[in-house]
Design a binder for this molecule. Structure first.
Ligand SMILES: [Zn+2]
Ligand SMILES: [Zn+2]
Length: 193
C-alpha cells in the first residue's frame, strides 16, 4: 500500500495550504497555494509538484498560485465558477467527480457550491480537504456571494455521507474528523434531528 504524506503550511490571513505527496514516487499536489509561496516551496524541495489546486477563489486561498507555478511548472486548477475572481485564473477547470493523478494516488474533485459558487472539496483515500466549506466546529466566514442554504445542502449531501473515519483538513484552523463534526458541528444538527 502506497504511503501518503500530508504537510500543513500556515499562510497569511491564517489560511491553511497543504502539500500532499506520494512517498513512493515523490509526486505532489498543493491544495490552496497560500502566500508566502516560499513556505510551500520549502516543503516541496525533494518533491515533484504536479498540480496546484484551489478549493475556491478567495484571495487568501490562492494568492501564491502564480509564483508557485512559475517556480515549479505545475498545472493550476480550480472550478470555473470561481475563476472570474482572478484575472489570470487557472490552466485547467475542474469538474465534479474528476480525478487528478499524482504518483500512486488520485485526488477526487467534489463540487460543493455555497461558500462560493465554485467551492471544491478534495478527497484522497480517507483524507478530505474542505477549504472554507467546512471547518472544525463551523464553516468559513460568510462573504458576499456566499449562499448559506446551498452550502448546508452541499455539506449534508456530499460530505455528510462519506465514511465516518474520514479525516478533515480545513482551510482554516485545526484538522478534525467527520465523526467528530457529525457529533459536534452545528451545521449537521438540522439534518440529524
Ligand atoms: Zn473563502
Ligand atoms: Zn478562507
Amino acid at each position: 500500500m502506497a504511503r501518503l504524506s500530508i504537510v500543513k503550511v500556515r499562510g497569511d490571513r491564517e489560511v491553511n495550504g497543504y502539500v500532499i505527496a506520494c512517498r513512493a514516487t515523490s509526486e505532489a499536489i498543493v491544495i490552496d497555494p497560500v502566500e508566502p509561496a516560499a513556505k510551500l516551496l520549502e516543503q516541496l524541495q525533494a518533491l515533484r509538484l504536479r498540480w496546484i489546486v484551489a478549493t475556491h477563489g478567495h484571495p487568501g486561498h490562492l494568492a501564491g498560485k502564480d509564483e508557485l507555478k512559475a517556480r515549479t511548472g505545475a498545472t493550476t486548477a480550480m472550478h470555473v465558477a470561481d475563476a472570474k475572481m482572478f484575472l489570470r485564473s487557472a490552466d485547467r477547470y475542474l469538474l465534479d467527480g474528476e480525478e487528478l493523478e499524482f504518483g500512486q494516488f488520485k485526488l477526487r474533485v467534489i463540487h460543493t457550491p455555497g461558500h462560493t459558487p465554485g467551492s471544491l472539496c478534495f478527497l484522497v483515500g480517507n483524507h478530505l480537504f474542505t477549504g472554507d466549506t467546512l471547518l472544525a466546529g463551523g464553516i468559513g466566514r460568510e462573504r458576499p456571494g456566499t449562499d448559506l442554504r446551498q452550502q448546508l445542502i452541499s455539506i449534508a449531501s456530499r460530505l455528510g455521507r462519506l465514511p465516518l473515519g474520514t479525516a478533515i483538513y480545513p482551510g482554516h484552523g485545526s484538522a478534525t474528523s467527520l465523526e467528530n463534526e457529525l457529533r459536534t458541528n452545528p451545521v449537521f444538527q438540522p439534518v440529524r434531528s
